[in-house]
Design a protein around this ligand. Structure first.
Ligand SMILES: O=c1nc[nH]c2c1ncn2[C@H]1C[C@H](O)[C@@H](COP(=O)(O)OP(=O)(O)OP(=O)(O)O)O1
Ligand SMILES: [Mg+2]
Length: 201
């Protein structure tokens, strides 16, 4: 069985993190841009539905197994928003900085104790486009939304997402720390365990 598969994401920050996490695994993960795969429409109402749509789309287009990541930030004071809409919170194509500004405005005046939330990451691996039993791994990471940006690393909401246990915003963590503690790293480790059962060396 093949250990080569396509990563169904167009997000440069995610692609960088997957590359770092995979470097030790002996798995060749090709970004969907290498095959000119178009962006899938994320019409689902859950992370898992959107991850399946993305993985299926990339697998269909390439004929390869595909791994997709659908992720986002849930804020308790906003009843879980932006959630599955995190990437398009400030509008389709508006980008990370506009999304952060919109979230800071939405939480204006809300005290620290009520600014809790979590990153969610759902990974879906499909062996082929019609795979009826996709492999699904999910993890989350608890934190607090800051009132202003801190740190230069990471991507997305990282400058305003603070991890009390580490006393740092995610943008202030090293890549290694983020992988160790973060939602994507946790989901990836669960994925590798299952993949190794599926694809014995
Ligand atoms: O570790 C993270 N650190 C900061 N922000 C993050 C993280 N993980 C997800 N996020 C945010 C970015 C984006 O606003 C949304 C993901 O949206 P999501 O649709 O899954 O990804 P995307 O559209 O950027 O790329 P793609 O769908 O091609 O994988 O959540
Ligand atoms: Mg997306």
């Amino acid at each position: 069985m093949s250990k080569q598969f396509v990563l169904a994401s167009g997000n440069a920050g995610k692609l960088r993190e997957f590359g770092q996490m995979l470097s030790s695994q002996g798995i060749k993960l090709l970004p969907q841009s290498a095959f000119q795969v178009s962006e899938a429409e994320e019409t689902g109402l859950t992370f898992v539905e959107n991850a399946i749509l993305k993985a299926r789309h990339a697998s269909q287009a390439t004929g390869l197994p595909a791994l997709a990541d659908d992720s986002g930030l849930e804020v308790d004071a906003l009843k879980g928003a932006p959630g599955i809409y995190s990437a398009r919170y400030a509008g389709q194509g508006a980008g990370d900085e506009a999304n952060i500004d919109k979230l800071l405005t939405a939480l204006d005046g809300i005290p620290e104790a009520e600014r809790t939330g979590r990153y969610q990451c759902v990974l879906v691996y499909m062996r082929h486009a019609l795979d009826p039993t996709p492999l699904i791994c999910q993890a989350s990471w608890e934190g607090v939304v800051l009132t202003e940006r801190r740190g230069q690393g990471g991507f997305g909401y990282d400058p305003i997402f603070y991890i009390p246990a580490l006393q740092a915003s995610v943008a202030e963590l090293s890549a290694e720390q983020k992988h160790l503690h973060g939602h994507r790293g946790k989901a990836m480790r669960a994925f590798f365990e299952q993949l190794h059962l599926l694809l014995p060396a």
